[in-house]
Every structure is written in C-alpha cells, then in structure tokens.
Ligand binder design. Structure first.
Ligand SMILES: [Fe+2]
Length: 303
C-alpha cells in the first residue's frame, strides 16, 4: 500500500447525471453547445459512493459505462471517521463491495464526523485537534484501510468554528495522521479559503505548510459569501466558479508540488458541461505552467 492515489495528474470533475451524455460523447456535446473550442473531456471523474449503495438500476448502468472510459475517484461522505463509537461497519462493508465492483483509482473521506452511535447528521462536522482525537482517527483510518486493502486520502474540512481545546494546528494533525496511519491528504484549497476567512488565519501560510508528498488529490470549488456586522462569512456550498483567491493559492501550491490529480468540485447549481470544462481548462493551464509546459493542451485529455 505505497501509492496514495492512482488517479492521473490531470483535472477531473464530479459525476453528475446531467453530464452523463457529454462525458460519453464529448465531441457531439461540444457541437450541440455551439462551443468553438476543441472538444475535451476531463482526465477522470469523482463519485460519492453512497449514491451507488444499491445493487442495480440506472445508476449502476451509467457508472458501469463511465468506468470504462474514465478513472474513478470514490469520495465518501458517510464513514464518519470522527464518531466516538467508530466507523459504521455496515457503511464500510457497502463501500468495500463498491470498491470490489469498480476498482476506483482513489478512495477518500473527511476529517470530520457525521453522527453518533444512534444518530446520523447530513453534515461534515468539525473535530477538535487534540492528541485524543488524533489517536481515534489513526485507529479509524486504519480500520478502513485494512478492510479495503488500500490507502485512503483524508480531506481537510471547511470550518466555521474552532475549539478552545485544540492542542495542534490542522496541518500538524493531518501530517501526524498520515505518518501514523499511512494515509494521504485530499487537499481542498477552497476549504482553506473558507476556514481562513471564517476563523481568521493566513491561508498562504497554511498552503505553504502542507507537505506536497502527502497530497494525493486536490479539490477546487466555489463558495457563497455573506457579509455580516462581524465580518465576512464564507459558506462551502460548491455552487459557483472557483474564487480568485483559491486559484491563486492553487497556483502557489502546484508550483511547489508539481502536477497532481485535481477535481473541479461543483455540486449545487450544477452548470452546463462547457462551463465546467472552462474551469477544467483553467486548472490544467495553471498546472501545466507550474510544470514548465508552455502548451496548455499538451497534457490535456482531448477527445
Ligand atoms: Fe472538497
């Protein structure tokens, strides 16, 4: 289990039903949309495995076809690694079965919790960065990795509060988790902007402190902005283009890390395919420039 991710170091998109046809026929999709640029497709696609915890039907017919054309990333939202009673073994069993069926190139979940032994919540809730919490995460990530027989990536959260009892910073927590559990980091750079704005820390210093060798995938997304008397509040809604600051932080990180698998994460108010591909082009161009590649198309998947 030495490889953090087998995704290609190119730009992927989240799999949405409204894009199934374009993903499987990007040339004619480009013609239909009057887009004059070369038809293009993402390098890979990311799915939320919980959407496929059923035995058959249309979701699996589509996913089976998509899987023949694109590497898959399974981005779980349901393991609830931070729950005190431990990972839900039923949830883990369903994830393992889906991994056996589709052999994804990457599996990930979050540095968060979503329920107790008897309740489930539709949120990725924050954890305190204490040694006790670190011990717990090391154990739970190891349980998942042992069951799946592979390494996984853990995503840094978007945060709206910080705990008074924190004993270390978020990056130190993630680095220690990787060191002790052998997992990697899914580095969500929009989450850095959201958390930095809401909690008042320096996003540049945060990005500069992350060890690129531990990062197996990067997320880029948009967020909502609210102005309040106390200051700006950013909400991690994945419903708009990537913000200028997140693009700049991404450029800074990939200048140090080199090419990585990058996801354009757009989950609400999902745009038409050409708009999403504009974001894919932009991310790939920044990454190519960081790698010293003058032609942004040379490492880009063209249909
Ligand atoms: Fe993310």
């Amino acid at each position: 289990m030495n490889i953090l991710s087998e995704l290609p170091p190119s730009v992927g998109i989240g799999l949405k039903p409204q894009h199934y046809a374009e993903l499987l026929d990007p040339v004619s999709a480009s013609t239909r949309s009057s887009d004059t640029r070369p038809a293009a497709k993402p390098g890979w696609v990311e799915v939320h495995p919980q959407n496929y915890f059923c035995d058959g039907g249309p979701p699996h017919r589509w996913l089976g076809e998509i899987a023949q054309h694109y590497p898959l990333s399974f981005h779980s939202v349901g393991l609830s690694l931070g729950t005190a009673s431990g990972v839900d073994r039923g949830e883990l069993g369903r994830l393992a079965a889906l991994c056996d069926r589709y052999a994804p190139a990457s599996v990930s979940d979050h540095l968060s919790w979503s329920g107790s032994a008897s309740n489930r919540y539709p949120d990725l809730l924050p954890v305190s960065y204490t040694n006790l919490a670190l011990d717990h995460f090391v154990t739970q990530v190891s349980v998942v990795q042992d069951r799946l027989g592979r390494k996984m990536l853990i995503e840094n959260p978007s945060r709206y509060l910080a705990f008074a009892g924190d004993e270390m910073g978020e990056v130190d927590f993630l680095h220690l988790l990787c060191e002790r559990a052998g997992c990697g980091i899914l580095f969500d750079i929009n989450n850095v902007e959201v958390s930095a704005t809401n909690l008042g820390f320096d996003p540049w210093a945060f990005v500069d402190s992350v060890d690129p060798a531990l990062v197996g995938e990067i997320h880029l997304a948009g967020h909502a902005h609210e102005d309040h008397p106390e200051g700006a509040l950013l909400i991690d809604d994945h419903g708009s283009p990537v913000s200028p600051l997140t693009w700049a932080l991404f450029e800074r990180f990939v200048a140090r890390s080199g090419p990585k698998p990058v996801l354009i994460e757009w989950d609400t108010d999902v745009p038409e395919y050409p708009i999403l591909m504009d974001e894919v082009h932009k991310a790939q161009s920044i990454m190519n420039a960081a790698a010293g590649c003058a032609d942004a198309e040379t490492s880009y998947a063209v249909a």
